[in-house]
Ligand binder design. Sequence first.
Ligand code: HAM
Length: 419
Amino acid sequence: MTPKTKNKKISAIKGTKDILPQEARKWQRVESVARRIFELYGYREIRTPIFEATEVFEKGTGQTTDIVIKEMYTFTDKGGRSLTLRPEYTPSVVRAIIENRLYLQPQPQRFYFMGPMFRYDKPQKGRYRQFHQIDIEVFGEKDPAIDAEIVEMAARLFKELNVVDVKLLVNSVGCRKCRPPYLEALRRKASEYSGQLCADCQRKIVTNPLRIFDCKVELCNEISRGFPNIIDYLCPDCKEHFSRFCSHLDLYGIKYTIEPRLVRGLDYYTKTTFEFVSSKLGAQDAVLGGGRYDDMMKAFGGPEICGIGFAMGLERFISVVPFEEEKEDFLYLAHMGDKAKKTGMELARFLRQNGIECLIEYKERSLKNQISRANKLGAKWVLIVGEEEVERGRYQLKNMDTGLQEDITKEEMPGILLA
Ligand code: HAM
């Protein structure tokens, strides 16, 4: 330790945050609802490493994206390899499927995943450097019915957690066939405004003019509103896919707005893109985004299998879920004296074995003090174990809500506490 750092306060890294127990309860609730819903639709969990070879994202996320150009946490390990903390999940899943030859198993395949992602972006409300996503991916399903089904599944998640005030935006970004002529038209138009666009967008005119729509500079945004719309350039196949996708959404009664500028900041999308935005979130209003990526598996050297998926930002989502305050439901075991402590330890084990949440503390304290601790911690019950109770084999159980006290045996406890 150098003298300079000795007294410096150690704090969390900018753009990261601690999820404290009360908040973690909300995360657990969202994660468990999501898991249940995904499993209902036939999804199974897959987990991949937090870091990958850098080329996984260069190839997958795409060389012209802001993520790859500016936002990756890339480092060289002790073996001289370039590694990157995953900024998103989709390329990792594709890599894992190819590596584990999961594509040999019956198609289509549905996966879900939850975990942290890392992007070196400017931190602000709703934008972190370590954030968390709940992600789903489907492989091998070409039919636009699946595009609508995953949107319906996302809408179900919102509904079950009482999230209102979300709006669905949809678009199609075309395919290998129809995108090149569109990009040419876009390039021509953008070149006319080159002098007014930011330096980044000027570069994008050459590398990938589609990325101009991702720019956060207001003037670029205003100018690009007058650019040609991809929807007008779709080939018959993409047009048909998009119109069937929309009609399936109608079938589910899901409202949407067609947003021709929704290109979603990642290079791999083909055909469908969509995003749920919330009016409650301010500038970072995208809660969930996704789309189809029919060419990624092939580009990774795998078979020609199409993919589609979405990811939801957990921090943003949790901030719009209206949680009801959950009451604690545990028993505090108060004990006085050596003998009672031992019996208390046995009783605590017995209660936990029976599925009863039980807290016992080991510091010597008076009964009054222990009841006051139980109260502060929010215990629903206090079990009083003193020398006399041990002698009698009967214990005082106090209900902290009603103040009522009962005299019960060990055997009676599960029946009363689990009622
Ligand atoms: P994405 O739009 O980059 O898509 O991210 C999905 C969601 O993650 C966003 O809508 C947002 O809620 C959240 N998010 C993104 N960046 C941050 C950040 N810096 N801080 C907090 N939350 C953030 C993807 O990542 C694609 N992989 C989605 C996908 C899956 N497409 C197909 N399959």
